[in-house]
Design a protein around this ligand. Structure first.
Ligand code: HEC
Length: 461
């Protein structure tokens, strides 16, 4: 069933372990909950998917799976060891001869969320306080990110106004998917407040979640803002943003839609880089004005999670191959779709490969300043791309060696330098040895959908 969403598939059974462990009843739910975000899709992590009986069995038979799920120093999932009863299932499944569906009747397990009662959410009234959050959030933030157990030493978010009371930023990951957060003024539960729309596409799963501002506080020298799930409250998910000096810290906590206690999902800490872009964008759209951007006074529509799942969150999800972003949004009943968002544009980048770049990962870099010269050589210091230029990179999707085109969505209009880098050494950064092309400037107009072709990706650095 296409609508079935791996993220919310029922929880794995608790101890004691049933006599017969089968793939369908026991193994698959664990895989879908804990592994499928990475080991699935077009370009799965580790180079293999865990998306079928055969595939999972193969990984258990080589010993790799049992080794890694029980290795506290290098665990799978990378975020930390699974509960012991989940880990035991795999060994028992192997010992029992890899039963597929088995004879056990599907147990009617009560999901812990079956009796879910949403809490009353009291939003912060931004006609009194908190509105300045939007102006503070704008800017090009450069720092480091921790996302689901992975560390990214260099990372950037480009938050700009797209309407008088709406700021938006996105991480375009390329083949792996994307992750965005936008903040806008709304009316919710009778109050004018700020709402966060957070989500993206990860390994083919479309998800957007809506959160509301329910706390503003000053602690020490930090200005802190908390957004909680607009249906399930902080028990389901939250985003905390703290500003201090010229820095920001953004953290999100998620509970896998309520099946466990919330844990840290991502953490970004960055400094605001001097950039004209946010100022220009604000001027172009008349930001900031304390007006309603999108009105949810009548409440958010009820998400459709299918008959088997109790809705615990204002999250809209869909998974289906071959659908466009807008089609997925409609199927998920997302109340604020990309085609309804003001100002943002799309840019399609197509790259011609030759023998030197075939099969190599491509970095598609959009920066505020040029990274290469007229001949296509990196502007370097000590042999490496100048750090102050690297820090002007705004978006940096990476596409696999098998792909040669990519569409940037939710793109801020403006003037960019586009640099496509064939990442010959596979280090995900423009470095000596990589192949690139002469400098290329692109102008992206509001709400446009343009294409560029790079057919001179031939300059060895
Ligand atoms: C956050 C992403 C992520 C999640 C979630 C994740 N993995 Fe992985 N996995 C990776 C990456 C990246 C690699 C390759 C690098 C490495 O081996 O550490 C990998 C490698 C592996 C390997 C090693 C294969 C080999 O040949 O050595 C196994 C086995 C594995 N994962 C199993 C699992 C299982 C089982 C789960 C769920 C219980 C899981 N992974 C969850 C990212 C993930």
């Amino acid at each position: 069933m296409a609508a079935l969403v791996a993220l919310i598939n029922g929880p794995a059974p608790a101890a004691p372990i049933a006599e017969e462990v089968s793939f369908t009843h026991d193994i698959r739910p664990v895989i879908e909950n804990y592994c499928a975000t990475c080991h699935a899709g077009v370009e799965p992590e580790g180079g293999f998917a865990l998306d079928s009986y055969k595939a999972v069995r193969a990984q258990v038979e080589t010993g790799a799976l049992l080794e890694r799920i029980n290795d506290p120093k290098d665990p799978m999932p990378p975020a930390g060891l699974l509960p012991i009863q989940h880990r035991r299932l795999f060994k028992k499944w192997a010992d029992g001869g890899y039963v597929n569906t088995g004879t056990r009747k599907p147990a009617r397990r009560a999901a812990p969320t079956a009796a879910f009662k949403p809490p009353a959410i009291v939003p912060v009234d931004v006609s009194k306080e908190g509105f300045r959050f939007l102006a503070k959030m704008q800017g090009h933030w450069v720092g480091a990110l921790w996302l689901m157990g992975q560390n990214y030493g260099w990372f950037a978010f480009d938050y700009r106004a797209i309407a008088p009371s709406h700021v938006h930023g996105i991480f375009e990951g390329g083949t792996m998917g994307n992750l965005f957060t936008s903040f806008f003024v709304t009316r919710f539960n009778g109050t004018r407040t700020i709402m966060a729309r957070n989500g993206g596409i990860l390994n083919g799963i479309y998800r957007t979640s809506y959160l509301v501002l329910d706390r503003v506080e000053n602690v020490a020298s930090e200005e802190r803002y908390r957004f909680v799930d607009a249906y399930g409250g902080k028990r389901i998910m939250s985003i905390d943003v703290a500003f201090f000096g010229s820095s920001v810290r953004m953290e999100s906590h998620t509970s896998r839609m309520g099946i466990r206690e919330p844990t840290l999902h991502m953490r970004f800490e960055g400094r605001r880089r001097p950039s004209e872009l946010a100022t220009e964008a604000a001027k172009a759209v008349g930001f900031p004005k304390n007006v309603v951007d999108r009105d949810f006074a009548k409440g958010l529509p009820r998400p459709d999670w299918g008959p088997k799942h109790t809705v615990t969150s204002a999250s809209y999800m869909w998974q289906e191959k071959g659908k466009t972003l807008v089609e997925l949004a409609r199927l998920a009943k997302d109340p604020y779709r990309i085609d309804q968002m003001p100002h943002v544009a799309k840019l399609h980048v197509k790259v011609k490969r030759d023998a030197a770049t075939r099969g190599k990962k491509l970095l598609i870099l959009l920066s505020e300043r040029a990274l290469v010269d007229k001949r296509g050589m990196f502007k370097t210091e000590n042999g490496y791309l100048q750090a102050d230029l690297a820090n002007t990179i705004l978006l940096f999707p990476e596409i696999s060696g098998k792909q040669d085109e990519f569409t940037l969505t939710y793109l801020h209009p403006g003037t960019y330098y586009l640099t496509v880098v064939a990442d010959v050494d596979g280090d995900s950064f423009p470095t000596p040895g990589d192949v690139t092309h002469p400098v290329r400037k692109v102008v992206v107009k509001p709400r446009s959908s343009e294409s560029v072709v790079i057919n001179d990706l031939t300059v060895g650095n």
